[in-house]
Structure formats: structure tokens, C-alpha cells
Write a protein that binds this ligand. Sequence first.
Ligand SMILES: [Fe+2]
Length: 219
Amino acid sequence: MNAPERLDPLVTKTCYLDGSDPEKKREEIRRYFHQTFSLYESLFDCLACDDAYYTKATPLRHPLIFYYGHTAVFFINKLHVAKLIPERLDPRIESMLAIGVDEMSWDDLNDAHYDWPTPAEVLDYRNKTRDIVDDLISSVQITLPIGWDDPLWIVMMGIEHERIHLETSSVLMRQLPLSLVKPSPLFRDCSDSGDAPNNALLPVNGRRIEQGCSRRDTL
Ligand SMILES: [Fe+2]
């Protein structure tokens, strides 16, 4: 299924999980999923060549081919564990692109242990994942508010996980050699410049504050 038309791909808003119209909420989450999934893919348009996918930006992280597929694998692995999809999509990709940031497991980051997929293979995997998640969002029963036991809770977790990696993958790209990255019309250079303002300290009255959130806030 094609992604819904996007007006401004950089502007998204996290969905509230409550509301009164389940069908409106379904479409809101479906749109948020596609927007995030597409935005993450757009980030990889900044890579200049296939070599850029396999060059480590830092020794403590996998190369970007891992992160390209990782966010899709996260959806499939979680939906499979929750028994919301009957079978895995590609067990080889799902085991290879699942875990990547344990800095104490040095051997896990040894490239000799990996036979990375090609960018085209990962894109094919991502396209299939997009269809599976879209089908699930489109067909699942919705009761509001969406809670921990609802299938769409897992979908929302997958979306927010991808948005975390939108930031971390962009950092890795900024650490690559310039020859491996190229300009993107979506992620433009910042043209703002000028003298820094003179900031002043403002008085704030002391008062009691509470940290954390109530259980209701997690619904
Ligand atoms: Fe992750």
C-alpha cells in the first residue's frame, strides 16, 4: 500500500492515545506511521554511495546498513513476539539487525561476524514491513484509550523507536567522511548566523515540584 500524501515531511506530531473516535484515531496513527517510516528512509538519501552504508562512523556503532534495516526489524520482531503476525519475514535479517548498541560486547561489533545485506535487500524488507504494519493498523480492533495490552501500543512503540533512531542515525551520518555524504533538499544547511544574543539570568521563585507522571499519563 502506498504511503499517504505528505504535506511537510519534517513536521509530525506524536499521537495522543485517547480520544472518542476510533476510526479517526486509526487514520491518525496510520498517517503518523507512514510519515515517520518515510522520513527515516529520506535520511538515507544523504548517503552518497553504497560504501557509505558499510563504513563505520564510529568504532562503537554498527555501520549504517544496520540502522537502515533495524527500525523495520524492530516492528517485525515485536509484532511476532506479541503473536500479531503469524510468521517472521526474514529470520536472517531479523537476527542480524536486531541488536547493536551494547558497548561492552566488543565482539558483537566485529565486522567479521556479519554478512550484511545490500541496501536494495533492506529496502525490499522495509517495503514489506510497511505493508504488514499498514495492514495491521487498518484492520485491528481499536478501543480508546489505547493501553498497554492493545496491538496499537506496539505499533506506537515501533514508531517512537524509529524516531529515536532518526536522531541517532543522523548523528552517525554527520560523523562520516564528507566524501560519503551528499546534500539533501529535505535536510538543508542551516543558514542562520549572526552574533550570539546576550542572555540574562531571570529570577525564579522557589516552590515545591513533583517529578514523574501518573499512571493515567501513560495511557
Ligand atoms: Fe533500536
